[in-house]
Design a protein around this ligand. Structure first.
Ligand code: GAL
Length: 353
């Protein structure tokens, strides 16, 4: 009997050594939703990259439902993940489950969206969200040539991202810092007077909600005036607001569509840019974000240095979260081929080039 127990224990030991040596540690990756193009790409990039390095990946999508996301993270902790990568739905809603991850000594990486009001997040991998916001503002300044002399006042309406996503703050602040001089000198006018981020926010980045708000703004303030510009923080919002404008006659001869930018460089927006409707977008290459995350996970799990991180920019209300911030690129008709198609981000067929 004793012999058999010893043999059994020896087998377990051999099996666990083999498991560790094969580098097959389990990594949990949780993305907010499948219903937006980008998170599918993000999830796939992180999964593929980690699998290439020999890790096993459990990738979950949370249907934009907070209790689902909490449950998924709990399950992953129970399954024994060694690192958790999470793009939250509501950045402040995961504190309890992240405390459980910390209690199990699982390093946590906030992916693209900062995890707020919790000490239990170890790293943040994203883009420089304030800079992205500045690019959103620059798109409008350059596209509408706001600096040309004797520019007549133009009407603009403002859309912000989801109020529960900390990225929305960076996007808004960056854009507003660029646009402020033009509000101050009267070049830009917001007829609705809706100029607060929370009032202009779009819960869960929901394009249908933005479209409704645009319809309401058009019927309340623009029956006798023309809307010239829209600040949009996200491609599906840009496309939805353009739809609302088309429905009341914009985009026809003598009544051009308002100039709008966006973010995420989704296929539909690339097509719209090439068709001369949406003016521009901000490309945040999910492949680079995925690759940076994969390297960080691997460095953590192999005990290698994690490299130089930004330790000043992102205070989540409980701590400054060491951050790895990537660069983003403005894409217009002029550089879409070079920066989107030639780099393989989307194929020529996908965008219709
Ligand atoms: C933000 C992200 C944007 C966009 C948006 C909607 O957190 O930074 O790039 O994807 O969510 O999904």
């Amino acid at each position: 009997m004793k012999k058999r127990v010893c043999l059994f224990l020896a087998l377990i030991l051999v099996a666990s050594v083999a498991f560790a040596a094969s580098g097959k540690e389990l990594v949990g990756v949780v993305m907010p939703t499948r219903s937006e193009e980008r998170w599918n790409k993000d999830g796939a990039a992180v999964k593929e990259g980690l699998e290439k390095l020999g890790y096993t990946v459990d990738l979950q999508f949370s249907d934009d439902d907070i209790p689902t996301q909490v449950r998924q993270i709990e399950d992953l902790i129970t399954k024994g993940i060694k690192v958790l990568v999470v793009a939250s739905i509501d950045g402040s809603a995961l504190s309890d489950v992240l405390a459980n991850a910390a209690a199990s000594k699982i390093p946590v990486i906030a992916y693209d969206r900062l995890l707020m009001k919790t000490p239990d997040v170890d790293y943040y991998v994203s883009f420089d969200n304030y800079k992205v916001g500045r690019q959103m503002g620059e798109i409008l300044v350059n596209g509408a040539k706001l600096d040309s002399p004797a520019k007549k006042p133009l009407n603009i309406e403002l859309f912000a991202g989801s109020p529960d996503d900390n990225n929305s703050v960076g996007f808004w602040d960056g854009a507003m810092d660029v646009l402020k001089p033009y509000f101050d000198n009267g070049t830009l006018v917001v007829l609705s007077k809706q100029t607060e981020r929370t009032v202009c926010g779009t819960l869960r980045w929901d394009a249908a909600e933005a479209q409704k708000r645009m319809e309401n703004l058009l019927s309340a303030f623009y029956t006798d005036a023309t809307l010239d510009l829209i600040l949009s923080p996200y491609d599906p919002i840009s496309l939805a607001t353009l739809e609302a404008c088309k429905a009341v006659g914009y985009g026809s001869a003598g009544k051009p569509l308002p100039l709008v930018g966006g973010q995420d460089c989704i296929v539909a927006s690339c097509k719209s840019i090439l068709a001369g409707e949406q003016y521009a977008t901000v490309l945040k290459d999910t492949r680079s974000l995925g690759a940076a995350t994969v390297t960080l996970v691997d460095n953590i799990l192999t005990g290698k240095p994690v490299g130089t991180l930004d330790t000043t920019s992102y205070n989540n209300g409980a701590k400054i979260v060491p951050s790895l911030l990537l660069d983003s690129v403005i894409v217009t008709k002029d550089n879409l081929k070079k920066d989107v198609v030639d780099t393989g981000y989307h194929t020529a067929e996908e965008v219709g080039l």
